[in-house]
Structure formats: structure tokens, C-alpha cells
Write a protein that binds this ligand. Structure first.
Ligand SMILES: C[S@@+](CC[C@H](N)C(=O)[O-])C[C@H]1O[C@@H](n2cnc3c(N)ncnc32)[C@H](O)[C@@H]1O
Ligand code: SF4
Length: 350
């Protein structure tokens, strides 16, 4: 079982981002954690949660580093008995708010993996994206986390922006791989509705050859690509759990849970959530929808798809792809050879 906490607070809003977060409501942070604790107690009952049964806890956002370790402490206290002793406990963090004392405090709570939203090491690209941190702050945060003993340090980088060329992306990797990281997520810029970048296609560099070159360049530096956007020597167990279609509890406004039958949506609006943290909208998935999701997620990652999930007609279409060397078969599973074609391959098999 996996646990996710959504932290819906940011200091500023980046030009491209449609993730659910508020740049006001700072005064609600303590009340928010209290509400999350109420929701957790309710979920523990709904999911019949056994002690030590959580294999991962992921704090995402928004910006988790806008809350102090002291503000998280009461939540960790009630979650701790349910965490497996070797659970992966990850937090996302922004370089300008994750200072030494924040990192130390989070480690003291049990965090053993940190993912820094670097996006770029180029100052002009950071400004273009609307980021409020500097190259120096990013390097310092990563080095501090590693030196304080965080097991796995990850960074997010964005590519596919109008500022990217082979030369500038190579420099991103020169910076990244000079730092003590074991994981990298590389996301192609997408133009999301409701953001300043929406409709501004001039902000993109949609070149597929450049995207393919970037993914290859990351693997040439020694990181294995295990999903369309994820690379590392240490893989993120929490993300692997999502792609394996495991059950997960989603805490907080803007979070999503999955109990094996239905998706669970707590209220997205913070005031409604604070009033009724245990109330959720339930969206039941049909068995066919679950299989379709498993095919999409399996082909996007190194999880693959169990042959037994496919109908005889789908297996025949998978065999056609195998003859064309687009997928390969191993131990009764179908694996993708080219993550950039994931969705096309899934649609062909379906
Ligand atoms: C949910 S954000 C939160 C992380 C953290 N607040 C930060 O900004 O670093 C996770 C990652 O999604 C990526 N992301 C968000 N919006 C995106 C977009 N429109 N296109 C591509 N990647 C995006 C960014 O790389 C970001 O680090
Ligand atoms: S990218 Fe991160 S910091 Fe920027 S608005 Fe989105 S969640 Fe907040």
C-alpha cells in the first residue's frame, strides 16, 4: 500500500504549472495538517490498514518545503506505526525553501528520499519558466541533502522549451551529473489550460529528435530509463507502485486515492476540505477500464503488461509489434522497446 500527501501551497505560481496549489492561504497550514490527520484516520479504516503495511509515503505538491518539519510532525506521529521499517519516504522540495535546517528536520522525521524541482540550471531559462530560485540555490540544496545522508536525491528538469538546444541541454546534464544525484525526472513542457503559457506555442520546442537525443544523453551518463520521463540508478518505489496499479491512499485537497475498485477524490477546494476532510467523491472503475489503465501504465514503464490481461486478438496485435521489434516478450509479459511510442503502442494493442 502506498500513501500520498498533497501540499497545496506554493510561494509563487510558475508560468507553466496547473498543479493544484494556492499562493495565498498561508495561515491555513496548521489547520490543513489537522484536517489531513482526520482524513488519514478515516482512510486507515476504509483501507483496513495494518501496522507496517505502507511501503512508501510521498509528499508532493504544490511545494512541500513551504511547510516546516514542526508542522509535519504530528502527522508523522500518527502515520509512523503504519510505515514499513524500510519504507521509502519521499518529499518534493523547491531549492529556495529547502534550506539546511528544513532538510535536517525532514530527515529527523524519517524522510529518506528528496526530489528537487530544479527545472533548469540556466538562469535565463529559470526566469522564462517563472521560477523563483537560482542555480546556486539548486546546487546547494542537492549537495546539502546528499551530505546529510538522504539515500536518494532526485531532480526534475524540463525540456522541450523554446530555450532548449542540444548545446544548452548538454550543459543542463553537465551541471546535473556533477551533483550527487541518483535519479532524474525529465519532463517535456506541456501547455496547460489556465496557465500563462496556455496557447503560447512559441514557448515550446516540440522537436522529437531533440527529445530522443536528450533521453539518450541521460542514459549515456549512466542512468537507466525506467519510464517515459524517469531515469536513475535508484528507482522511485512510490512511482513504480502507481504504474503497477497498486492501491494508494491520497491525502489532502487535490489528492487522488485508489482502493482497487474506485478512485477517491477529496474536495479540491481548501475551505471545503478543511470543513469535511473525510468526504470524498468516488469514481468506480469498470474491470475494462482497469485493464486499459494497466496496459497504458505498463507500456510507459519497465513494468510491462501481463500477457494474461490481453484478449487473443490483443495478443495477436502484440505479436505483430514484437515482429517489428517495437515490443519484446519475456516471462509472459509484454515490454516496450521505445517509451516515446508508449501511447501509440497501447492504442494499437487495444
Ligand atoms: C507537481 S510539480 C511540484 C514540484 C515542486 N513544487 C517544484 O516546482 O519543483 C512536479 C514537477 O512537474 C513538472 N511540471 C509541472 N508542470 C509541468 C508542465 N506544464 N510541463 C512539464 N512539466 C511540468 C515540473 O518539472 C515539476 O517539478
Ligand atoms: S511547478 Fe512547483 S512551485 Fe511552480 S507552481 Fe507548480 S507546484 Fe508550485
Amino acid at each position: 500500500m502506498l500513501l500520498y500527501l498533497h501540499v497545496p501551497f506554493c510561494q509563487t505560481k510558475c508560468h507553466y504549472c496547473s498543479f493544484h496549489s494556492y499562493i495565498q492561504h498561508n495561515s491555513l497550514k496548521e489547520a490543513y495538517i489537522k484536517a489531513v490527520m482526520v482524513q488519514f484516520q478515516n482512510e486507515a479504516k476504509h483501507f483496513n490498514l495494518a501496522p507496517a503495511s505502507l511501503s512508501s509515503f510521498f509528499i508532493g505538491g504544490g511545494t512541500p518545503s513551504t511547510l516546516t518539519p514542526a508542522q509535519y510532525a504530528p502527522l508523522f506521529e500518527i502515520i509512523s506505526p503504519y510505515l514499513h521499517p524500510e519504507a521509502e519516504i519521499s518529499t518534493e522540495a523547491n531549492p529556495n525553501t529547502a534550506n539546511r535546517s528544513w532538510i535536517e528536520g525532514m530527515i529527523a522525521l524519517g524522510v529518506n528520499r528528496m526530489s528537487f524541482g530544479v527545472q533548469s540550471f540556466h538562469q535565463d531559462k529559470l526566469a522564462f519558466l517563472g521560477r523563483n530560485h537560482t542555480n546556486d540555490e539548486a546546487c546547494r540544496a542537492i549537495e546539502t541533502a546528499a551530505s546529510l545522508g538522504v539515500n536518494s536525491v532526485s531532480i526534475d528538469l524540463m525540456y522541450g522549451t523554446a530555450m532548449d538546444t542540444k548545446t544548452s541541454l548538454k550543459k543542463e546534464l553537465d551541471f546535473a551529473f556533477a551533483l550527487p544525484i541518483s535519479h532524474l525526472s525529465a519532463y517535456a513542457l506541456t501547455l496547460e489550460e489556465g496557465t500563462p503559457f496556455y496557447n503560447r506555442t512559441e514557448t515550446l520546442n516540440p522537436s522529437e529528435p531533440l527529445a530522443r537525443w536528450f533521453a539518450k544523453a541521460i542514459t549515456h551518463r549512466g542512468f537507466k530509463q525506467y519510464e517515459i520521463s524517469n531515469f536513475g540508478t535508484v528507482f522511485c518505489q512510490h512511482n513504480l507502485g502507481y504504474w503497477e496499479h497498486r492501491r494508494y491512499i491520497g491525502l489532502g485537497c487535490g489528492a487522488v486515492g485508489y482502493d482497487g475498485t474506485a478512485r477517491l477524490y477529496p474536495s479540491q477546494e481548501i475551505h471545503t476540505y478543511l470543513k469535511k476532510p473525510a468526504t470524498q467523491r468516488r469514481e468506480v472503475l469498470s474491470p475494462q477500464e482497469i485493464i486499459t489503465e494497466k496496459i497504458f501504465l505498463g507500456l510507459r514503464s519497465h513494468i510491462g503488461v501481463a500477457m494474461g490481461l490481453l484478449t487473443p486478438e490483443q495478443q495477436a496485435r502484440a505479436s505483430l509489434l514484437e515482429k517489428e521489434k517495437k515490443v519484446f516478450f519475456s516471462n509472459d509479459r509484454v515490454y516496450n522497446c521505445d517509451y516515446f511510442l508508449s501511447d501509440e503502442l497501447a492504442l494499437f494493442i487495444l
